[in-house]
Write a protein that binds this ligand. Structure first.
Ligand code: GUN
Length: 293
Protein backbone atom coordinates (compact mmCIF):
# COMPACT_ATOMS: atom_id res chain seq x y z
CA UNK A 1 0.00 0.00 0.00
CA UNK A 2 1.24 3.50 -0.73
CA UNK A 3 1.12 6.03 2.03
CA UNK A 4 0.38 9.70 1.42
CA UNK A 5 2.25 12.33 3.39
CA UNK A 6 -0.13 15.17 4.19
CA UNK A 7 1.78 18.35 3.39
CA UNK A 8 0.60 20.77 6.08
CA UNK A 9 3.29 23.27 5.17
CA UNK A 10 2.04 23.76 1.64
CA UNK A 11 -1.64 23.62 2.73
CA UNK A 12 -0.93 26.35 5.31
CA UNK A 13 0.91 28.52 2.77
CA UNK A 14 -2.02 28.22 0.39
CA UNK A 15 -4.45 29.18 3.18
CA UNK A 16 -2.28 32.16 4.13
CA UNK A 17 -2.27 33.36 0.51
CA UNK A 18 -6.07 33.12 0.36
CA UNK A 19 -6.31 35.04 3.64
CA UNK A 20 -3.99 37.75 2.31
CA UNK A 21 -6.37 38.06 -0.67
CA UNK A 22 -9.37 38.37 1.67
CA UNK A 23 -7.56 41.00 3.77
CA UNK A 24 -6.68 42.97 0.67
CA UNK A 25 -10.34 42.87 -0.48
CA UNK A 26 -11.56 44.03 2.95
CA UNK A 27 -9.06 46.90 2.85
CA UNK A 28 -10.08 48.13 -0.57
CA UNK A 29 -13.84 47.64 -0.08
CA UNK A 30 -14.24 48.77 3.52
CA UNK A 31 -11.04 50.68 4.28
CA UNK A 32 -10.42 48.39 7.24
CA UNK A 33 -7.16 46.70 8.26
CA UNK A 34 -7.78 43.78 10.64
CA UNK A 35 -5.47 43.84 13.65
CA UNK A 36 -4.18 41.12 15.98
CA UNK A 37 -2.85 42.04 19.44
CA UNK A 38 -0.50 39.56 21.12
CA UNK A 39 0.38 39.81 24.82
CA UNK A 40 3.60 38.22 26.05
CA UNK A 41 4.53 38.24 29.73
CA UNK A 42 8.12 37.35 30.58
CA UNK A 43 11.09 36.17 28.54
CA UNK A 44 10.42 32.47 27.89
CA UNK A 45 12.61 31.83 24.79
CA UNK A 46 10.15 29.48 23.03
CA UNK A 47 7.28 31.93 23.61
CA UNK A 48 9.39 34.80 22.24
CA UNK A 49 9.98 32.83 19.03
CA UNK A 50 6.26 31.95 18.71
CA UNK A 51 5.24 35.58 19.24
CA UNK A 52 7.75 36.84 16.69
CA UNK A 53 6.56 34.28 14.13
CA UNK A 54 2.94 35.23 14.72
CA UNK A 55 3.78 38.92 14.25
CA UNK A 56 5.61 38.29 10.98
CA UNK A 57 2.81 36.05 9.64
CA UNK A 58 0.15 38.63 10.61
CA UNK A 59 1.93 41.40 8.69
CA UNK A 60 2.63 39.13 5.71
CA UNK A 61 -1.13 38.54 5.48
CA UNK A 62 -1.60 42.33 5.29
CA UNK A 63 -2.95 42.70 8.83
CA UNK A 64 -1.70 44.92 11.63
CA UNK A 65 0.30 43.22 14.37
CA UNK A 66 0.35 44.79 17.82
CA UNK A 67 2.74 43.32 20.39
CA UNK A 68 2.59 44.01 24.10
CA UNK A 69 5.64 42.64 25.90
CA UNK A 70 5.45 42.88 29.67
CA UNK A 71 8.14 42.03 32.23
CA UNK A 72 7.97 38.66 34.03
CA UNK A 73 7.07 40.31 37.36
CA UNK A 74 3.98 42.08 35.97
CA UNK A 75 1.02 41.56 38.32
CA UNK A 76 -2.16 39.74 37.27
CA UNK A 77 -4.16 42.97 37.69
CA UNK A 78 -1.98 44.79 35.16
CA UNK A 79 -2.38 41.98 32.58
CA UNK A 80 -6.15 41.97 33.12
CA UNK A 81 -6.20 45.78 32.72
CA UNK A 82 -4.33 45.49 29.40
CA UNK A 83 -6.75 42.83 28.12
CA UNK A 84 -9.69 45.08 29.04
CA UNK A 85 -8.07 47.98 27.20
CA UNK A 86 -7.66 45.78 24.10
CA UNK A 87 -11.29 44.59 24.42
CA UNK A 88 -12.41 48.22 24.34
CA UNK A 89 -10.13 49.22 21.44
CA UNK A 90 -12.28 49.49 18.30
CA UNK A 91 -9.24 48.94 16.09
CA UNK A 92 -8.27 45.59 17.64
CA UNK A 93 -9.98 42.52 16.13
CA UNK A 94 -8.14 39.65 17.80
CA UNK A 95 -6.41 39.22 21.16
CA UNK A 96 -4.00 36.40 21.98
CA UNK A 97 -2.33 36.01 25.37
CA UNK A 98 0.71 33.80 24.89
CA UNK A 99 0.78 30.80 27.24
CA UNK A 100 2.26 29.75 29.57
CA UNK A 101 1.96 32.81 31.80
CA UNK A 102 4.31 33.17 34.79
CA UNK A 103 3.20 31.09 37.80
CA UNK A 104 1.88 34.03 39.82
CA UNK A 105 -0.73 34.82 37.14
CA UNK A 106 -3.88 32.74 36.65
CA UNK A 107 -4.13 31.85 32.93
CA UNK A 108 -7.78 30.99 33.42
CA UNK A 109 -8.56 34.41 34.89
CA UNK A 110 -6.66 36.31 32.18
CA UNK A 111 -7.95 34.24 29.23
CA UNK A 112 -11.55 34.63 30.36
CA UNK A 113 -11.16 38.41 30.42
CA UNK A 114 -10.74 38.35 26.63
CA UNK A 115 -13.95 39.37 24.87
CA UNK A 116 -15.22 36.12 23.27
CA UNK A 117 -15.63 37.83 19.89
CA UNK A 118 -11.91 38.79 19.94
CA UNK A 119 -10.75 35.43 21.38
CA UNK A 120 -8.85 34.21 18.30
CA UNK A 121 -7.34 31.33 20.31
CA UNK A 122 -10.86 30.06 21.05
CA UNK A 123 -9.89 29.41 24.66
CA UNK A 124 -12.47 31.38 26.63
CA UNK A 125 -15.21 29.46 28.43
CA UNK A 126 -17.73 31.15 26.14
CA UNK A 127 -16.09 29.85 22.95
CA UNK A 128 -15.56 26.39 24.47
CA UNK A 129 -19.29 26.36 25.29
CA UNK A 130 -20.23 27.54 21.81
CA UNK A 131 -18.17 24.71 20.28
CA UNK A 132 -19.81 22.14 22.57
CA UNK A 133 -23.28 23.47 21.69
CA UNK A 134 -22.56 23.70 17.95
CA UNK A 135 -22.99 27.49 17.93
CA UNK A 136 -20.99 30.00 15.89
CA UNK A 137 -17.83 31.04 17.72
CA UNK A 138 -14.05 31.06 17.39
CA UNK A 139 -12.45 27.60 17.29
CA UNK A 140 -8.99 26.74 18.73
CA UNK A 141 -6.37 26.88 15.99
CA UNK A 142 -4.52 23.54 16.21
CA UNK A 143 -7.70 21.39 16.24
CA UNK A 144 -9.16 23.52 13.44
CA UNK A 145 -6.02 23.00 11.33
CA UNK A 146 -6.00 19.26 12.09
CA UNK A 147 -9.55 18.82 10.80
CA UNK A 148 -8.77 20.87 7.68
CA UNK A 149 -5.92 18.46 6.90
CA UNK A 150 -8.14 15.39 7.35
CA UNK A 151 -10.76 16.96 5.06
CA UNK A 152 -8.09 17.77 2.47
CA UNK A 153 -7.65 14.06 1.79
CA UNK A 154 -11.07 12.57 2.62
CA UNK A 155 -14.29 13.73 0.95
CA UNK A 156 -16.55 12.85 3.83
CA UNK A 157 -15.78 11.98 7.43
CA UNK A 158 -19.35 10.92 8.13
CA UNK A 159 -19.59 7.65 10.05
CA UNK A 160 -15.84 7.18 10.35
CA UNK A 161 -14.40 6.19 13.71
CA UNK A 162 -12.07 8.92 14.97
CA UNK A 163 -9.86 8.24 17.97
CA UNK A 164 -8.30 11.27 19.66
CA UNK A 165 -5.47 10.36 22.03
CA UNK A 166 -5.16 13.21 24.53
CA UNK A 167 -7.76 15.26 26.40
CA UNK A 168 -6.17 18.70 26.73
CA UNK A 169 -8.23 21.87 26.66
CA UNK A 170 -6.03 23.28 23.89
CA UNK A 171 -6.22 20.29 21.51
CA UNK A 172 -7.81 16.96 22.52
CA UNK A 173 -11.22 18.09 23.73
CA UNK A 174 -11.93 20.69 21.00
CA UNK A 175 -10.62 18.32 18.31
CA UNK A 176 -13.06 15.64 19.48
CA UNK A 177 -15.92 18.17 19.24
CA UNK A 178 -14.93 19.22 15.71
CA UNK A 179 -14.76 15.60 14.54
CA UNK A 180 -18.16 14.96 16.11
CA UNK A 181 -19.50 17.94 14.16
CA UNK A 182 -18.22 16.18 11.00
CA UNK A 183 -20.40 13.19 12.00
CA UNK A 184 -17.52 10.98 13.06
CA UNK A 185 -17.98 8.43 15.82
CA UNK A 186 -15.49 9.82 18.32
CA UNK A 187 -13.49 8.11 21.05
CA UNK A 188 -11.33 10.21 23.38
CA UNK A 189 -8.48 8.07 24.73
CA UNK A 190 -5.90 9.12 27.32
CA UNK A 191 -3.23 7.90 29.72
CA UNK A 192 -5.75 5.87 31.78
CA UNK A 193 -7.39 4.19 28.78
CA UNK A 194 -7.27 0.40 29.02
CA UNK A 195 -5.75 -1.33 25.99
CA UNK A 196 -4.81 1.97 24.33
CA UNK A 197 -3.17 0.10 21.44
CA UNK A 198 -6.40 -1.84 20.80
CA UNK A 199 -8.50 1.36 20.89
CA UNK A 200 -6.13 3.08 18.43
CA UNK A 201 -6.32 0.04 16.13
CA UNK A 202 -10.08 0.69 15.71
CA UNK A 203 -9.50 4.19 14.30
CA UNK A 204 -10.18 5.21 10.72
CA UNK A 205 -8.83 8.61 11.78
CA UNK A 206 -6.21 8.53 14.53
CA UNK A 207 -5.22 11.85 16.12
CA UNK A 208 -2.31 11.89 18.54
CA UNK A 209 -2.02 14.85 20.92
CA UNK A 210 -0.22 13.55 23.98
CA UNK A 211 3.23 15.16 23.86
CA UNK A 212 5.21 11.90 24.14
CA UNK A 213 7.79 11.18 21.46
CA UNK A 214 6.88 8.25 19.17
CA UNK A 215 4.47 6.78 21.68
CA UNK A 216 2.12 5.46 19.00
CA UNK A 217 3.61 2.43 17.31
CA UNK A 218 3.06 1.09 13.83
CA UNK A 219 1.03 -1.92 14.97
CA UNK A 220 -1.40 0.43 16.80
CA UNK A 221 -2.55 1.73 13.42
CA UNK A 222 -5.34 0.21 11.35
CA UNK A 223 -4.26 -0.47 7.79
CA UNK A 224 -5.12 2.53 5.61
CA UNK A 225 -6.00 4.85 8.51
CA UNK A 226 -5.51 8.63 8.33
CA UNK A 227 -3.05 9.64 11.05
CA UNK A 228 -2.87 13.21 12.38
CA UNK A 229 0.17 13.74 14.57
CA UNK A 230 -0.19 16.87 16.69
CA UNK A 231 2.86 16.16 18.84
CA UNK A 232 6.00 18.28 18.60
CA UNK A 233 8.67 16.69 20.79
CA UNK A 234 12.30 17.76 20.93
CA UNK A 235 14.59 14.75 21.44
CA UNK A 236 18.30 14.07 21.23
CA UNK A 237 19.20 11.30 18.80
CA UNK A 238 22.59 10.34 17.41
CA UNK A 239 24.04 13.42 19.08
CA UNK A 240 21.60 15.76 17.34
CA UNK A 241 18.42 17.55 18.46
CA UNK A 242 15.42 16.43 16.44
CA UNK A 243 11.72 17.26 16.33
CA UNK A 244 9.52 14.16 16.33
CA UNK A 245 5.81 13.56 16.70
CA UNK A 246 3.75 11.41 19.05
CA UNK A 247 3.61 8.74 16.32
CA UNK A 248 6.53 6.56 15.32
CA UNK A 249 6.60 7.85 11.74
CA UNK A 250 8.83 5.16 10.21
CA UNK A 251 6.71 2.36 11.66
CA UNK A 252 3.46 4.13 10.77
CA UNK A 253 4.59 4.42 7.17
CA UNK A 254 3.93 0.68 6.75
CA UNK A 255 0.33 0.89 7.96
CA UNK A 256 -1.24 4.33 7.52
CA UNK A 257 -3.03 5.42 4.35
CA UNK A 258 -1.98 9.02 5.02
CA UNK A 259 -0.05 10.77 7.77
CA UNK A 260 1.03 14.27 8.78
CA UNK A 261 4.80 14.58 9.21
CA UNK A 262 6.58 16.35 12.09
CA UNK A 263 7.73 18.97 11.32
CA UNK A 264 5.65 20.19 8.37
CA UNK A 265 2.25 18.70 9.22
CA UNK A 266 -0.13 20.19 11.76
CA UNK A 267 2.38 22.76 13.11
CA UNK A 268 2.21 25.25 10.20
CA UNK A 269 -1.61 25.05 10.27
CA UNK A 270 -1.78 26.59 13.75
CA UNK A 271 -0.56 30.05 12.70
CA UNK A 272 -2.58 29.91 9.46
CA UNK A 273 -5.75 29.21 11.49
CA UNK A 274 -4.88 32.01 13.92
CA UNK A 275 -4.79 34.40 10.95
CA UNK A 276 -8.05 32.90 9.69
CA UNK A 277 -9.69 33.45 13.09
CA UNK A 278 -8.49 37.06 13.09
CA UNK A 279 -10.02 37.68 9.65
CA UNK A 280 -13.27 35.98 10.76
CA UNK A 281 -13.35 37.99 14.02
CA UNK A 282 -12.80 41.24 12.11
CA UNK A 283 -15.49 40.43 9.55
CA UNK A 284 -18.08 39.51 12.19
CA UNK A 285 -17.41 42.37 14.57
CA UNK A 286 -17.26 44.96 11.80
CA UNK A 287 -20.16 43.34 9.90
CA UNK A 288 -18.22 42.98 6.65
CA UNK A 289 -20.09 39.88 5.43
CA UNK A 290 -19.10 36.19 5.62
CA UNK A 291 -15.50 34.99 5.19
CA UNK A 292 -15.54 31.95 2.95
CA UNK A 293 -12.03 30.58 3.53
N1 GUN B 1 1.36 28.46 23.79
C1 GUN B 1 1.53 27.30 23.11
N2 GUN B 1 0.50 27.10 22.27
C2 GUN B 1 -0.32 28.16 22.40
C3 GUN B 1 -1.55 28.53 21.77
O1 GUN B 1 -2.09 27.84 20.92
N3 GUN B 1 -2.09 29.70 22.19
C4 GUN B 1 -1.51 30.46 23.15
N4 GUN B 1 -2.13 31.60 23.49
N5 GUN B 1 -0.37 30.16 23.73
C5 GUN B 1 0.22 29.01 23.35
Amino acid sequence: MTMAIIDGKSFALDLREKLAGAVSAVKSRHNVQPALAVVLVGEDPASQVYVRNKGVATEKAGMRSIEHKLPADTGEGAVVALVRELNADENVDGILVQLPLPDHISSERVINEIHPDKDVDGLTETNAGRLLLGKEGLVPCTPQGSVMLVKSIRDSLSGLHAVVVGRSILVGKPLAMLLLAENCTVTIAHSRTKDLAGVCREADILCAAVGRARMIKGDWIKSGATVIDVGINRIEEDGKMRLVGDVDFDEAAHRAGAITPVPGGVGPMTIACLLRNTVIAAARRRRLGPVDI
